[in-house]
Design a protein around this ligand. Structure first.
Ligand code: OAD
Length: 231
């Protein structure tokens, strides 16, 4: 496997999915042990479910927070965050809501699907809440149920996050996709945008995906194993 010299690129973009956190111990969504094999997203990850039973949905996300807090970033996360310190232009565009890139020290992170560590009131905006349990299930100002600030099934992506992510993807000349099944749109369309804009595109995933043939190189390996070899 040939090493990549980051200095040969002006803008390196890491596009990550649940597989990026798998070696930290955070379950992926699909495949063996996947969250959506154990739980129906219709009951826990859509606005209708929240309106039907907000407490149940909040308790589910609280459990996910507790699971994530028991995990630590792995070598791959640190390779990415160290690169940001040494290279003038490194961006992470992630579908992950676990905050693991930021815990490893990455600062330039676009969270496409929101964050487990924020809640929002329909009237009073977003609040940060980073503990094991939520401080409160309802807004202190108006008593409304607080909703996890996550892009659930059927939700639109935040237009500002989307715009920043697409701008960065069009600008990058090295695009590295790590650990995504590439089935959830619009994020699954991002590798094609990078390719059409002329970036060198590399995929890291232990199994081939539908998009694998599009990549310049598709490496069948795990994030924690291959990132230290590549960089
Ligand atoms: P998936 O669970 O669909 O896919 C995870 C991918 O990671 C699979 O293709 C695995 O083969 C791969 N993988 C597993 N272990 C790996 C490892 N150690 N290193 C590298 N790759 C590994 O997760 P996403 O593609 O991220 O949305 O899912 C997209 C969205 O669907 C998620 O953001 C989530 C979900 O519903 C929300 O929660 C809003």
């Amino acid at each position: 496997m040939q090493k990549i010299n980051p200095d040969e690129y002006k803008h390196i973009l890491f596009f990550t999915g649940a597989g990026m956190s798998a070696e930290s111990g955070v379950p992926t969504y699909r495949g063996r042990g996947g969250v959506w094999n154990e739980y129906r997203w219709e009951d826990y990850a859509c606005q209708t479910a929240f309106e039907r039973d907000p407490e149940r949905v909040l308790k589910f996300h609280e459990l996910r927070r507790q699971a994530v807090l028991e995990c630590e970033p792995h070598a791959g996360h640190y390779i990415i965050s160290d690169m940001e310190k040494r290279h003038p232009n490194v961006t992470v565009v992630t579908q992950n809501i676990d905050g693991m890139h930021q815990r490893a020290g990455s600062q330039n992170v676009e969270e496409l699907h929101g964050s487990l560590w924020r809640l929002r009131c329909p009237w009073h905006g977003v609040v940060e809440d980073v503990g094991k349990t939520y401080r409160c299930y309802t807004c202190e100002d108006c008593g409304s149920w607080l909703r996890p600030d996550i892009v659930w099934f059927g939700d639109a992506l935040d237009q500002y996050v989307m715009k920043d992510a697409v701008t960065a993807i069009r600008d990058c000349d090295l695009f590295i996709s790590i650990g995504t099944s590439a089935v959830v749109y619009p994020a699954a369309g991002f590798p094609r945008i990078a390719k059409d804009a002329g970036a060198v595109c590399i995929e890291i995933n232990p199994v081939p995906t539908e998009l694998s043939p599009m990549y310049d190189e598709s490496i069948q390996s795990t994030a924690g194993t291959i990132l230290p070899v590549l960089f």
